[in-house]
Write a protein that binds this ligand. Structure first.
Ligand SMILES: *Cc1c(COP(=O)(O)O)cnc(C)c1O
Length: 435
């Protein structure tokens, strides 16, 4: 295969310079600034199927997929048509709509783990609301989270493990009051012993344990099922709620997300990303007994001007309906498997220290052969290799999220030949790294 050389980023560079006058760092979400890879960020003009096109008219096979929502690829015909149809009747009324019912029913009819849900407009909002609900339901304040899980930019969750004792956290952002940090306990992933010790000490004060059951925001840190079961048992034992943050897992690892994959019943589940079919939608759901605590039925307040607006509901409905087709997830997982195998076979043949942890259509390129299950196992030095890989892939027309800590996504729009083409470029790009 001939190596493509696509090096012009002039239009993107010019737009980026302009954007810096308007937005902090020139962007509206930090990772987009390309700080940990080289060159200016690409300004994307359009997307179709598995490809995106930048303002310099370069095309890329896209494995970022808007950070996960686009499980059907870009510009999906059914989503587009239904959205346009809906937009023709107005965008938002701040009143209930039939479309909201339809999406709610579609989700609840096909999910054994929640009885009711509430739509919001982002993953962060879903998590923030779920935390408030857990606190309102239990009358307790403390939250346990895990190092290496991301839950959006919720104040009390922008906390990482401090040096020393696991129970003393440090904020990962300025502007978080110490009083909030004190209510958050940060533990290492996949460590049932540490969890037991901390629950023994603080269990009576813990409102909720929150986890990404398949942590996919800091590498892909696949957990032992027994660890997730341990969370379930400890929450029952101490009367805390178990929150699965499925903003990235939901509708990705099967329609029922990670709860369905592992067969574990959490108390509250949060959704985002795929649920909106590319529009801003989030949701949190739980049993009827827990959701009865949400206003106006109960005392936990939560509201939203644009929540469940019909355009977003239409996009979500048109997307999720397609995911229910027979064999949808099996086909996607098999394609992902085949794609990864091409790369791994090449890496093994060359003796590269590389592995690609994956589940369903999520994959992560790890520059080690070690099995990685917790954040501290990731070697920051390996990110230099990712930087080279990222650069070489842009030259060849393959787009990965601009950080080595980010996972990649395969969509239903990636056809076998697209994946074979991308895999060949990835093999070439790996050859450019000094191992
Ligand atoms: C993306 C993500 C969030 C935040 O969602 P936003 O829509 O970006 O606010 C929260 N939790 C998890 C697990 C995520 O992957």
């Amino acid at each position: 295969m001939k190596t493509q050389r696509k090096i012009k980023r002039d239009a993107s560079a010019t737009l980026y310079e302009e954007a810096k006058q308007y937005f902090p760092g020139g962007v509206n979400s930090p990772v987009r600034a390309f700080k940990s890879v080289s060159g200016p960020p690409l300004f994307i003009k359009s997307g179709n199927g598995c490809r995106i096109f930048d303002e310099d008219d370069n095309s890329y096979i896209d494995f970022c997929c808007s950070w996960g929502p686009l499980i059907l690829g870009h510009n999906n015909e059914q989503i587009r048509d239904f959205v346009i149809d809906t937009i023709n009747k107005g965008t938002s009324f701040g009143a209930p709509t039939k479309l909201g019912n339809q999406l709610g029913k579609l989700i609840l009819d096909n999910n054994r783990f929640i009885d009711k849900l509430r739509f919001v407009s982002s993953g962060t909002e879903a998590v923030m609301s779920a935390i408030r609900l857990a606190r309102g339901f239990t009358g307790r304040n403390k939250i346990i989270k895990f190092e290496g899980c991301y839950h959006g930019h919720v104040d009390s969750l922008l906390v990482k493990a401090g040096s020393g004792l696991a129970t003393f956290g440090e904020s990962t952002s300025a502007g978080i009051p110490d009083a909030f940090i004190k209510e958050t306990i940060v533990l290492p992933l996949n460590d049932p012993k540490m969890l037991s010790e901390v629950m023994e000490k603080h269990g009576q004060d813990v409102a909720a344990i929150i986890i990404e059951p398949v942590p996919a925001n800091n590498g892909l840190l696949l957990q032992d099922k027994s660890f997730l079961e341990c969370l379930r048992i400890k929450c029952h034992k101490y009367g805390a709620l178990l929150i699965f943050d499925e903003v990235i897992n939901g509708f990705r690892i099967g329609f029922e997300g990670a709860a369905g994959h592992y067969g574990i019943q959490p108390d509250i589940i949060t959704y985002g990303k795929i649920i909106g079919g590319g529009m801003p939608v989030g949701a949190y759901g739980a049993s009827k007994a827990i959701m009865d605590h949400v206003a106006p039925d109960g005392p936990v307040y939560q509201a939203g001007t644009l929540s469940a607006n019909p355009v977003a509901m239409a996009a979500g409905y048109a997307a999720l309906q397609q995911l229910l087709a027979d064999g949808f997830y099996e086909t996607l997982a098999q394609k992902t498997e085949d794609f990864i195998k091409i790369i791994l076979d090449h890496a093994d043949q060359k003796g590269y220290e590389l592995s690609i942890p994956h589940i369903g259509s999520i994959f992560w390129i790890a520059f080690t052969k070690e099995e990685i299950k917790s954040a501290e196992q990731i070697d920051p030095a390996s990110m230099e290799k990712f930087k080279i890989l990222h650069h070489e892939l842009l030259q060849r027309g393959v787009y990965l999220g601009p950080s080595g800590y980010e996972v990649g996504f395969v969509s239903a729009a990636h056809k076998q030949e697209d994946l074979e083409e991308a895999a060949a470029y990835i093999c070439e790009a790996l050859n450019e790294i000094e191992w």
